[in-house]
Design a protein around this ligand. Sequence first.
Ligand code: ME8
Length: 507
Amino acid sequence: MKPFYITTPIYYASGEPHIGHAYTNLMADITARYYRMTGREVRFLTGTDEHGMKVARNAQAAGLEPQTFVDEKAARFRELADAWNITIDDFIRTTEDRHKVSAAAFWKAVNKNGYIYKKTYKGLYCVPCESFKTEKDLVKGKCPDHDAVPELLEEENYFFKLSAFEDRLKTFYAENPEFVTPEHHRNEMVQILERGLEDISISRSTKQLTWGIPVPGDEGQVLYVWFDALVNYISAIGYARGKKDAMHLYWPADIHFVGKEINRFHSLLWPAMLMAAKVEPPRQIAVHGWITVDGKKMSKTIGNVLDPFDLIERYGLEPVRYFMAREIPFYRDGDFSHERFEMRYNNDLANELGNLLNRAIAMTERYLDGVVPDESVYDVTKRWTKYRAGMESLRFDDALLSVWKLVQAMNKHIDETEPWKLGKQEDLKPVSDVLYVLLESLRHIAWMLLPFMPGTAMLIFEGIGTSFIEQAPLSLSDASKWGGLKPGSVVKRAELLFPRIESKESE
Ligand code: ME8
């Protein structure tokens, strides 16, 4: 089977990384880790979008050469991926030679096939979007996504015959009902298709903008930033670069993860561009909603912008990864608030998961000298089925719900069987039976948590008398069978996994 190829958008190297970037990285990372766990080879790409007007202007405002400016910003996006433990295989920058070569070759292919022409154009351009707008896109004369007044631009540009792909896209959508997910985001694209597509400008005159990839054969024009940026997904795997070309190994991409505001570019423009160059479209565009903070859109003026570095500094990375996946589901907008975070942390992580682990280990030490007893039986197949269905449909919230059902069932099992009473009996079989079920369930819980909280999963493995090294070589179908924890292993009391957060009020 071909490696599972996953991408995030390439982020504008125009400003600091924010929580939205971290969120998309995380969604892609959870997916990457899950597929690796199932035994698939995975290739995971992220990177930075470094050309265009927005970058050029911000560089100028910072008093830096554009290249120096983007070098600094790209380094910050790499730091973000490291800090959030995002397991990328490659980081592409559109100012790298490898990208420029592929992007120019891509232009030539589209041109050779007859889909590029020149015309004079006048339109309203939103710089933060890096996109032309029509009057009907605007609200009170402003771009609603950025609250920005678009600028009037008039120049001679190259155009891409997007309109020529209307019918082919319609057929493609009909034949690939899961191309855009979730469904409401697919429907938005179908509606746009039904209204009809217009050709789009795909270059800028160097009189207006020089910071870009030169149009092959025309010194006076550079590639429009989106026509340049989208190609990253294939330039990173060597498109049209001779011996470096690994398209046959990785393409088509399995999932492009994107935020909803750039759905159109990925779900309509990109497949049309690929069709024009005679390259197969990607398999799926997975569109997620926006994160709001305390119910409001993040904005510098409101002062509610969440810094992804500060957030994990304050709470630790793994609880933040957990919260994002549990509370900000993929298919709709989700909200972050410190209150809600602390509630989830104290309830799910400290009380439910942390306590379960502590109690299981402490009782094994007290009643069985820390030795994992002989196997007893419990059925976890339903939990795995629901978990896997959630993971494979990007419903990470549902997957985690299934994990927590198991956590809760085990806490209930303790309350009902009262092992502290059983432990005092002469016959140790009853208490052993309860403790094996608890410890082995925790092994399953740790496996399910690997894509979300890999460090926590490893600590659980060690606590219950196994280790990641011992578990990792197992295939998922073996790992998810009951009885993987070996009787005779010795449990190890762990440091308190999730000490409670005391809220400000109680301080
Ligand atoms: O659009 N909530 O880059 P960008 C959730 N360079 N996700 C958010 C978010 C929020 N509030 N804000 C941003 C670009 N994101 C182009 C992409 S791809 C060929 C070129 C995430 O820096 C989300 O993934 O503006 C969104 O699509 C992306 O950051 C936009 O990043």
